[in-house]
Design a protein. Sequence first.
Lengths: 314, 152, 363
Amino acid sequence: MSTVLLKGLGCLGFIAFSAMFLIWLERKVSAKIQNRMGPMLTGFHGTLQPIADTIKLLLKEDIVPKGVDFLSWWLAPFFVTVPVVMAFLVIPFSSKWIALDLNVGVLYICSVTSICVLGIFMAGWGSNNKYSLLGGMRSAAQIISYEVPLLLSVLLVVMQSGTMSMQGIIHAQDHGWFILKPHLFLAFLIYSISATAECNRVPFDIPEAESELVAGYHTEYSGMKFAMFFVAEYTNMFIISAIATTLFFGGWHGPFLPGLVWFLLKSYGFIFFLMWMRWTLPRVRMDQMMSFAWKFLTPIALLNLLISGWFMVR
Amino acid sequence: MFFIYLKSWIIRIYMGAYSILKGFKVTFKNIFRKSVTLNYPIDKKPMSSRYRGMVDLEPPKCVICYQCIKICPTAALDMGHKVLEDNKTKNITKFVYNAELCCFCGLCEEICPTDAIYLNKMYEVSYFQHKDVINIDLMSKEKYKNVDGGAS
Amino acid sequence: MGELMTINMGPQHPSTHGVLYLELKVDGEIVVDCKPHLGYLHRGIEKIAENRTYTQFIPYTDRLDYLASMNNNLCYCMAVEKLLNIAVPDRAQYLRVIVAELNRVISHLVAIGTFAQDLGAYATPLFYAFRDREKIVELFDSICGNRLTYNYVRIGGVSADIPAGTEQYIKDFIAYERKQLIDYNELLTYNVIFLARSKKIGILSKEVALNYSITGPMLRASGVKWDVRKDEPYGVYNKFDFDIPVGLNGDSWDRFKVKLEEIEQSLRIVEQAIGSIPEGNPVSKVNRVFRGTGEAYVRTENPRGELGFYLVAEGGVNPYRCKIRSPSFSNLGVLPELIRGLNISDAVCVLGSLDIVMGEIDR
């Protein structure tokens, strides 16, 4: 009983620490790409900046706009944050450090992270604001559409390794990472595009498109509620990169360093790639994004599944 | 016919992916460039020699010709003088500058025949009280005491 | 179908450049009607001109189109010189051309950066554009003392000669900027997402553009080869060799591309001017008093279009009337026509490609 409690607390501590680290990393990476310096004064090269941000968000006034639908507006941040925390149950940090190795690990993660859509939609509807409504509806359409290519590419990995449990997939990569095989490389590309859309990052950040609708679905939130949306987004980023590491990059396998260090290195490397993509590409338009998902990614994923399935069975 | 369509589709995908990769290359190259910003307020840069900051005066050089008052587009300067008993020497009684009306155009500096009035290099100008900037007495040496940056 | 929703892209919005209030009527996400409300930045500059002397009014012209300050000064001073028959020395003419073209470069850099930001390339092209702009702005700081409102061109010349070392600095900048233009083309112009967002959006045909009296890069992107510097040359522009880039379709991508190519042409002009600048004294004393009668209209090519100053004088030290024909005001008039039938995202893209500055629309 106490080991479960310890593991749960460990996960929560890791989430808090990782969100803070990611806030700092995002600001430094964006500053380096844009030829400037980023935070420098708070702590050595700005390392205490996330703490300053957290204290500021905690001390802000919690503004409740007039006319909000109270229950849906109030519950929306929880519906976004809790599923993301739940998904930490099956992340394999190393060969011994996994909270619970379910034998349907991949299915569990994909189903749990789908609940986030409800939270965003509730936030959009509950705030009494036209911009938030537009943002919430766009986001719901986007996330639901991009789940299909995501699941199709993850399905290919499951077919290749024969098991749905996370540790099982890592053990199936003992003789070489999955990304080195051609049909799985294509699955990796589809997965990374769909996962970026799942997380509402550029080039798919229409729900929070800052130059069109002032802040999209989280316009009317301030203080701690906004901090929960923020933390949920960064933790979601960590989860999709952890899944990418497990499914395609070999998890915690590596020559000299312990498994935990390799896992964190690979995950944060994928996160760096996501951030690099954010500061390079413009945003796609709503209808172009939907047609990209349905008319381009899904047929390619299905074709990939068909052809590689035929090769596997032969 | 179908193969022509397929070939053009594949070329379009290839060109699209290639253009995105070139964009990545540009931003990646810029990670290794030196930063163009300074770590203010620890590092500060000096202003150029012709920079137009706040208006300043050297009273001994002024010949009380009133040209700067006449040319100021926003009427930010005001002066008064009195003539002594020998009907020749003039003294300035007041020289008032309203920094809120000033538009920092530098016309007063250009027209002064003796370079008595000039624009100094102060660029950190912020104040707490209205009265510190609307009646600045240009004759005193402590004119910019309450305007941030003037004390240094 | 269904009822229309009214969205206020109000005076404070991250992507209307300045304080522009657009009242959009949307049906779902398609814009059905659009009504711009102006006047949030009105300062009465034309009325102020009737109470200032000719030299005193020059700082006010800086603040009309605050991104192209040198060009505004130049047009006003040329109008006064035509009204009162004042000659300008040769070196001053060359210096005016150099600063006007460098100002065109930095104004187009701002337009490119903010257009990319409106499309969602969140801040990176903007920072690159401002990093390049910083070099020219520092040069202007060493010439005239200010970074945005220069107040450099005077009636009958310029206010001060260029300091030593400026010519070498400009030559280094031209070499540096030509490398940066390759970067912009790789990062933005042929990027597949950028093309998908801006091609065939907001197509402005030749006839509609000429009917709405559009000028500047917008007109050239629609296929009309009209540039005041070539068709009615002023100053010493007829001594330089440069091209006029013209677009094919008149969509937002063409407007972007025309601006990028105009930067290259401006660098060519500056290179030729620096190479052949004559000696002399370009300074015009500021304590001359100007009086005269008559009226004059002068037009020049601003980065945004054709700026015109109409001056009427009746013998006093102040002009009797000063009327300003601003390019952004006429260019904004075509906006409701262009965005009917587009999404809100495309409306933002079209507004960004129009490249308006509220300072000269509201005056």
